[in-house]
Write a protein that binds this ligand. Sequence first.
Ligand SMILES: C[S@@+](CC[C@H](N)C(=O)[O-])C[C@H]1O[C@@H](n2cnc3c(N)ncnc32)[C@H](O)[C@@H]1O
Length: 340
Amino acid sequence: MNALDLFCGCGGLSLGFEKAGVNVIMGIDSWQDAVKTFNFNHKNSKGICRDLSKITPEDIDNELHGQTIDIIIGGPPCQGFSIAGKRVIDDDRNKLYKNFVKFVAYYKPKAFVLENVPNILSIGNGIVKDSIIKDFSDLGYSVQYKVLMASDYGTPQNRRRAIFVGLQKGKFEFPEKMVEKYTTSFEALSDLPENSVEDGDEYPTKPLSDYQKLIRSGCHKLYNHQVTEHNAKTVEIISMVPDGGNYKDLPKELQNTRRVHIAWTRLNSQKPSFTIDTGHRHHFHYKFNRIPTVRESARIQSFPDEFIFLGTKTSQYKQVGNAVPPLLAQAIAVKLLKYL
Ligand SMILES: C[S@@+](CC[C@H](N)C(=O)[O-])C[C@H]1O[C@@H](n2cnc3c(N)ncnc32)[C@H](O)[C@@H]1O
């Protein structure tokens, strides 16, 4: 099965599909750094840097060299849908989503998978969700949707994502929860050291959990584990927050030092992580007085250690934080292949 990944980013969604045996032949994204990471890690695919608000499916036909597209996957950023009464208006804000629809209309894949934030289902009392279902039903797809929780599929993170799956034939049923016990932050990170490791150096310890064995997957070298040096005040404040705690654990006079409700939050070593951010520096390691490294964030997202992030550190955090957890994507892909 050949797939095309629209808005591919660094390729978390693609990776899950590849692990399930899908041949992701191309990824498209307008962000140069993410495309570089995509190409570096998806050797059998081709990431191209294009603005999807400006190109049409015909524009990439040449680059596909006649290969068929069986599945279209992707998470178009939906900055906001403009709504009038009971319908979604066609305007610039939902242009990216509309282009996803155009690609599906043009290539007529056997299936598509559209990923988005959970509140896409509730905007305008469900008008956007209904409009998505209608757009694809009009193209002949039977569309199912569900909010899936990444930790139910082995990812050490409570990240929820709305997934729409359309099939030309059959009616998709989403994969059931796959784990009996959630993977914790401790199981995900405990073999990674407090201090920086030079890219390509060996791991300082053996894997300490089944998850670590899985995520190392034969990899012997560590990349993207450079720690962020915080100023003395930040270290002093975060050192007062216990494992799993937050700003409420601080003395009263320090509780408002950062004016966001997620401030001074530590991972809970005994639970899956909360949804990681894209590098805002409010979430800290459960034990160390620093934010997680890019590698630790990637572990929380279930990227294998052999997946290497390129670009500046800020860019790497954003690529990781934007991604669909590969293990979640894999669970969807495995189920989807049963229908194709
Ligand atoms: C949520 S991220 C996708 C993450 C990806 N599915 C993954 O699993 O790694 C959304 C992506 O849309 C891309 N994007 C935003 N506007 C775009 C545009 N006009 N054309 C192409 N890509 C765009 C961003 O650069 C970003 O990488």
